[in-house]
Ligand binder design. Structure first.
Ligand SMILES: *Cc1c(COP(=O)(O)O)cnc(C)c1O
Length: 395
């Protein structure tokens, strides 16, 4: 196989893959909901090019801080194509978003006070995030016995009731939406069905005239043996009470849109043998593809330079460029083909919660290439160098 001229380590974005995921998800939602919105979760991968793809394909930007709000605007999202969530809103951006008809879901008490600063002679709309305790709502999907959440207002504690009543007293503010994001480890369809059952039982009591239900994110993308976009959408619709089926149904996928669109390539730069193992050093790092350090394996492929295949009698420890002892990606068991300097490892499906969490540790941000439909590569983010690193610093 001919070696492509790439500057490693690097990410490669397949634009068609991301576009395909958005369209498939949208088609699934359209099959059931007359009104629906995909809010792309910016934090999952906030590369400007990805945001542009989301925007150009009709997604809203789901942002969770004033920085992300500004980023979405910079990339060209209109304010009424922004969903503004999370605790880290600034007062200024919160009021700006509401005044310009963004979808804003209240997360903190201080936002209730900020509402009083809106002009009284106009009516404004907001949504409220409800707390979802997975252990209560769907124990089978809980990660541990006390799988609580620190987000949203709790019905059980009385906080949700308090928030709703405080807002009902404000004559110019209407509650038009409910936000119920919670991400189960299992990403199961059953979990979302139970969330919908739990939430609608509560909200139907309040007789609010809701315009939207924002279910949040946490879904699988196109993966063998996993729920499809259609299975999710169908379950959402079928679980919703008939009284709620006409509202705008919002999903906020990140992982399901962007995970499969990115590959990461690292090249072997050194090989040592000791302690009964082969230690391969690559120019990549686990910080780029597993910043939480909890993956034990990857969807991966090897590209060998040489045609003759030599079997290794030792396990091969594939590790990264940093000086961290634990910057080891995976181990190839003994008896597999030997990797040599210049061989490459390609990691697939690494677009979600990878590059948006990479620290600037030892090696700065790697090159990102865009792969166009003919397989041609062009740089969409240059590797960061010392000048990028020191920007805004005094020394
Ligand atoms: C993180 C997040 C999402 C996206 O989660 P994925 O697992 O990437 O789909 C959606 N909504 C909110 C509020 C989030 O915090």
């Amino acid at each position: 196989m001919e070696k492509i001229n790439l500057h490693t380590p690097c990410f490669i974005l397949d634009e068609q893959d991301v576009t395909h995921n958005i369209h498939e998800f949208k088609t699934a939602l359209n099959s059931y909901f007359t009104k629906n919105i995909i809010g792309y979760s910016v934090k999952t991968n906030s590369l400007p090019y990805v945001l542009k793809i989301a925007k150009d394909n009709g997604c809203y930007a789901e942002v969770v801080s004033y920085h992300e709000y500004q980023l979405a605007l910079k990339v060209g999202f209109q304010k009424d194509y922004i969903i503004y969530n999370g605790p880290m809103k600034s007062k200024e951006s919160f009021l700006d978003a509401i005044e310009h008809r963004a979808i804003v879901n209240i997360e903190t008490w201080r936002e209730l006070d900020w509402l009083d600063e809106l002009p009284k002679n106009q009516e404004y709309e907001i949504g409220v995030r409800i707390n979802i305790n997975t252990s209560i709502v769907s124990p089978e999907d809980a990660d541990h016995p006390d799988d609580d959440s620190r987000f949203g207002f709790s019905f059980e504690s009385g906080d949700l009731d308090k928030v709703i009543n405080l807002i009902l007293k404000k004559n110019n503010i209407k509650i038009v939406g409910i936000h119920s994001h919670r991400e189960p480890k299992t990403r199961s369809v059953r979990f979302y069905e139970r969330v919908i059952c739990y939430v609608q039982e509560i909200i139907l009591k309040y007789n609010l005239s809701l315009k939207y239900w924002d279910l949040g994110g946490g879904f699988f993308g196109c993966m063998p043996n996993k729920p499809t976009y259609d299975e999710y959408a169908k379950a959402f619709f079928n679980t919703l009470d008939a009284k709620l089926r006409e509202i705008t149904f919002i999903v906020e996928p990140g992982n399901a849109i962007v995970a499969s669109g990115f590959d990461y390539i690292a090249e072997v730069i050194d090989v040592k043998t000791h302690d009964g193992k082969i230690y391969l050093c690559t120019d990549g790092t686990r910080n780029d593809i597993d910043p939480f350090f909890h993956k034990s394996d990857y969807f991966k492929e090897f590209f060998y330079q040489s045609c003759d295949s030599v079997v290794s009698q030792f396990p091969q420890v594939v590790s990264g460029l940093t000086c961290l002892e634990y910057d080891r990606m995976f181990t190839i068991p003994a008896g597999e083909r030997k990797l040599s300097v210049g061989d490459r490892i390609i990691f697939h499906r690494v677009g979600a919660y990878t590059m948006s969490l990479t620290p600037l540790f030892i090696h700065y941000f790697p090159t990102i290439y865009l792969k166009n439909p003919n397989g041609h590569l062009s740089v969409i983010r240059e590797e960061w160098c010392e000048d990028d690193f020191i920007q805004k610093s005094k020394y």
